[in-house]
Write a protein that binds this ligand. Sequence first.
Ligand SMILES: Nc1ncnc2c1ncn2[C@@H]1O[C@H](COP(=O)(O)OP(=O)(O)OP(=O)(O)O)[C@@H](O)[C@H]1O
Length: 230
Amino acid sequence: MLEVSNLDAYYGESIILNHINVSVPDGNVVCLLGRNGVGKTTFLKSIMGLVKTPAGSIQFDGREIIFQPTYLRARQGIGYVPQGRDIFPQLTVEENLLLGLEVCGGSGNIGEKVYELFPVLKTMLKRKGGDLSGGQQQQLAIARALVSEPKLLILDEPTEGIQPSVIQDIGNVIKRLKREGNITILIVEQYLEFVMDVSDYYYVMDKGCIVMDGATTELNQDEIQKRIAI
Ligand SMILES: Nc1ncnc2c1ncn2[C@@H]1O[C@H](COP(=O)(O)OP(=O)(O)OP(=O)(O)O)[C@@H](O)[C@H]1O
């Protein structure tokens, strides 16, 4: 589904990512772990075309996308939930969800599926996005990305600053989406238990390089904890 090879990324003249190789197979949930500031968000932004990537390859669904603008990457089926969620606080929940349709030109409807996955949103459609709790905003951001039925869903630290019961709800949604099988998921995350609960495969990043990877079932918690501890 997503094959990233020898990818470099820069902010101005500063190199942030160095020869990154990451593979996200069809139907899998893959997590990228690492300390603060090692380049995880930059990696996700590279996939979306939001940073300078002068070298390497990003193949999505068999097609090279590294030179494509962000809107085309989204239109081809990559849904992105950035860190901090980017909910529009003055718009209602429903209006925020409708914005998810803009990816495919603003046509279509919000499918019932989104409300099945996040029942809490259905009870809050007329509320302002800014009045929701952090956990509800995270659910709204994921729901908004799902409205356009992406093939690949990318989540940047979905558990950050969120209470445990909502983390569990989000984990259950990810597992359900995986079971149902129409989506592939890439998650940047620092919460190891969550990674172990939801993912098939993991990568660890340090100083802009991938330093470890493997199947989640074979993950050595102590070793990873050492690599991601601050
Ligand atoms: N817009 C920017 N301009 C210049 N440097 C940046 C910019 N955004 C991030 N950086 C730098 O790039 C490096 C990688 O940052 P990035 O946000 O990708 O790390 P991260 O692993 O996602 O960290 P965190 O978990 O804190 O989000 C850091 O040194 C950061 O200071």
